[in-house]
Design a binder for this molecule. Structure first.
Ligand SMILES: [Mg+2]
Length: 305
C-alpha cells in the first residue's frame, strides 16, 4: 500500500484528509514543517500533502527543502490551500508542487487528484529504475554505478571502511566477436554478468556494466588481500562456465581484473583510484590475461600465477 505523508498544523484538517484516504493508502500525519521534513527524509512516501500556512517554517520553505533533498526530490507534493491563499498557488507550482487542493475539502476531488499523482509517481519510479539498468544483462548500468559508487565512497570515508574498486573485462572479446558473431558475443556478456552478479549480493555491493565487455564493481569492508582472493574466485567462476573461445586465444572465455582496496582519506578522489584499478587491469592483460592483479593503498601488490 502506498504511503502518504500529510503535513498540516491543524490536527482537524489532517485528520479529515487521512480519513478520506485511509481506505486506499497508509497515511502518516505531522503537524509542523520541521517534523514533516524529518518524516519525509526517512523515505518511503509516494506522495506528500502539504499545508501552505503553518507557524514556523511554512509550506513553501518546506517544499524548497524537499526539492533540494535527494531522497525526497521526486516525491510529488500536493499543496493544501484555503480559498484565501489562491494567490499562493502559482508560487507553489513554480517551486515544484504537482498540484493543489483547496479547503474546505471535497473528498471526491482530493481522492481523484491523489490517485492520479500516485499513479504518475509509480510510472516515474519504474522509468527511473529502467534508466539505471543495462538492457542486455539486467545489471546496473554505468549511470547507476556513477551514482552508487559515490554513495559508497562517502560511506567508506565517513566510517573509515576499506573500499574496494575493481575493473574487469572479457579477454580478447573482439576476437570472440569476429569468430562467433555479435549475437554470440552478447550472450557471453550476459552470461559473465549473471555469474559475477551471484557474488555481489550484499546491499552495499555495486556491480555494473561499464560499457562493451567492461564491468566495474565496488564493495566495502574487505581488506586488500581478501578482496583479491574474492575476485580470484569470481575470475575462476567465469572460466568454469567453459564457454568456448577462439582456440587461438584459449579454450574458454575468461576475464581479467584489476583492483585496489583503500580506506579513503579526506581529499582522496574516487577517480584517482578508478585509474589505478584500470592500471592494475592493464597489468593483468600484460602479464597474460585470465588473471587478477590487486593493489593496496600503500602500493603493495598481489598477482595471480
Ligand atoms: Mg495551516
Amino acid at each position: 500500500m502506498d504511503k502518504i505523508l500529510v503535513i498540516d498544523d491543524s490536527p482537524v484538517q489532517s485528520g479529515f484528509l487521512c480519513s478520506i484516504l485511509k481506505d486506499d493508502y497508509e497515511t502518516v500525519s505531522r503537524h509542523t514543517a520541521e517534523e514533516g521534513l524529518q518524516a519525509a527524509k526517512e523515505g518511503g512516501f509516494s506522495l506528500i500533502l502539504l499545508d501552505v500556512v503553518m507557524p514556523g517554517m511554512d509550506g513553501f520553505q518546506l517544499l524548497e527543502e524537499l526539492k533540494a533533498t535527494e531522497v525526497t526530490r521526486y516525491v510529488p507534493v500536493i499543496l493544501i490551500t484555503s480559498l484565501a491563499d489562491v494567490q499562493y498557488e502559482e508560487r507553489g507550482l513554480l517551486l515544484g508542487a504537482v498540484d493543489y487542493v483547496t479547503k474546505p475539502f471535497n473528498p471526491v476531488i482530493i481522492k481523484a487528484r491523489v490517485n492520479t499523482h500516485i499513479q504518475l509517481y509509480r510510472y516515474q519510479v519504474q522509468f527511473r529504475e529502467q534508466a539505471m539498468v543495462d538492457g542486455l544483462t539486467g545489471i546496473a548500468n554505468r549511470r547507476r554505478y556513477e551514482a552508487e559508487s559515490i554513495a559508497r565512497w562517502q560511506e567508506a570515508t565517513r566510517f573509515q571502511l576499506p573500499f574496494s574498486l575493481c575493473m574487469f573485462d572479457i579477454d580478447k572479446f573482439k576476437v570472440y566477436n569476429d569468430t562467433f558473431g555479435h549475437p554470440a558475443g552478447d550472450k557471453v556478456i550476459a552470461a559473465v554478468a549473471k555469474t559475477v552478479m551471484a557474488h555481489f549480493q550484499r546491499s552495499t555491493d555495486v556491480f555494473a556494466r561499464y560499457g562493451g565487455e567492461e564491468f566495474v564493481a565496488v564493495f566495502l569492508g574487505s581488506q586488500a588481500e581478501s578482496a583479491f582472493e574474492f575476485m580470484k574466485t569470481i575470475r575462476q567462476a567465469v572460466e568454469d562456465l567453459h564457454m568456448e573461445h577462439n582456440p587461438q586465444v584459449g579454450p574458454w572465455v575468461t576475464v581479467s581484473a584489476g583492483g585496489v582496496t583503500l580506506v579513503p582519506k579526506p581529499g582522496d578522489k574516487l577517480e584517482t583510484y578508478l585509474k589505478l584499478a584500470d592500471t592494475m587491469l592493464y597489468d593483468a592483460k600484460r602479464f597474460g590475461r585470465n588473471m587478477v592483479v590487486w593493489s593496496s593503498q600503500t602500493g603493495e601488490q598481489w598477482r595471480e600465477k
